[in-house]
Write a protein that binds this ligand. Structure first.
Ligand SMILES: Nc1nc2c(c(=O)[nH]1)N[C@@H](CN(C=O)c1ccc(C(=O)N[C@@H](CCC(=O)O)C(=O)O)cc1)CN2
Length: 291
């Protein structure tokens, strides 16, 4: 069994990006600038945005974090997005999800200039992705593709089962795994909360990508021997013995599933760090497309 080490690969990618930025600086070019809007005080979201800012510093990007209160109205957020769309200094920006209830997420994501949409969530970019056109691929699915690529995991002709159909991971992942090329050329089944007899489906899968957010959902008996297991779950489970008061838990019962898997991502240290690295890659692309 091989561990798909997202921490290591994401560090490699950051080093590669830092080398690109060094070249830009040597040529006197402006370095990429990422902005992130965070609305509210959700602890996990604040951690992720702080990691994005830190990653920008590490590779030499400029970054701007914009904090807005939990009671921010949709109009106020749309005004901020308009400001960033029109700010020539910003190459790309993201709105950290989830958003508070009073805000229509889809409406907000549609307001982002597609050329600055480094999350790849705008319908224009999502459509381009589905049509095999060059665009920003959402960071988590992009990170999974990169991990499969760097570890040379065969996907052609394989049966991939995606668990979950979220707009951020499950839906784009199912499209990308079925695309022509590598990684891709896979036969994809998407499962979700209304899927009946899920074990019958997962136990036939060569590759399982679980993005459900239910800790330890995927058990060893649901997986066939030598399957490739990608765990996108990152649930904070209360644990009084841990210094933070919680432990990050994936969708996969790692201890038992890893005994059957050929490749598997750990949690933490698998898909999560890749998400941040691929956001940096998208920001570099945005910078290149704009200049
Ligand atoms: N606008 C966006 N919102 C959200 C996205 C996104 O891609 N764009 N994805 C997730 C959260 N996310 C990035 O934003 C993210 C999640 C997890 C990690 C990560 O590195 N996880 C670590 C554990 C970190 C911890 O201690 O909590 C790991 O798995 O090793 C990075 C980014 C939802 N929102």
């Amino acid at each position: 069994m091989v561990i798909l080490d997202g921490k290591k690969v994401s560090n490699d990618i950051k080093n590669e990006i830092a080398a690109e930025v060094k070249k830009m600086k040597a040529k006197g070019e402006k370095v990429p600038h990422l902005a992130a809007i965070i609305v509210g005080n959700d602890g996990a979201s604040l951690t992720y945005v702080a990691s994005k800012v830190k990653a920008c510093e590490r590779v030499g990007f400029e970054s701007t974090m914009i904090r807005m209160s939990n009671t921010t109205s949709e109009i106020e957020l749309l005004d901020k997005i308009d400001e960033l769309n029109n700010n020539p200094d910003i190459d790309g920006f993201i709105i950290q999800l989830p958003l508070p209830k009073q805000i229509d997420t889809q409406k907000v994501l549609m307001a982002v200039d597609p050329d600055k949409d480094v999350d790849g969530f705008h319908p224009m970019n999502f459509g381009k992705m589905a049509l095999d056109m060059s665009t920003f691929i959402p960071a988590t699915p992009f990170g999974i593709l990169e991990l499969l690529d760097r570890y040379n995991v065969e996907t052609k002709g394989k049966h991939t089962v995606v668990i979950g159909r979220s707009h951020i991971v499950g839906r784009p992942m199912s499209i990308l795994m079925g695309r022509k090329g590598f990684p891709g050329n896979s036969t994809v089944t998407v499962t979700h909360s209304h899927t009946k007899n899920i074990t019958q489906i997962t136990s036939q899968a060569d590759i399982i990508i679980s993005a459900l957010g239910v800790p330890n959902f995927l058990k060893a008996e649901m997986v066939k021997d030598d399957a490739v297991i990608i765990d996108v779950g990152i649930t904070r489970v209360a644990d009084e013995n841990s210094p933070k008061g919680y432990v990050i838990t994936g969708d996969v019962d790692f201890e038992n599933v890893s005994k059957k898997a050929s490749f598997i991502t750990p949690v933490p240290g698998g898909v999560g760090p890749m998400t941040i690295a691929m956001l940096l890659k998208n920001t570099l692309l945005a910078r290149e497309l704009r200049h």
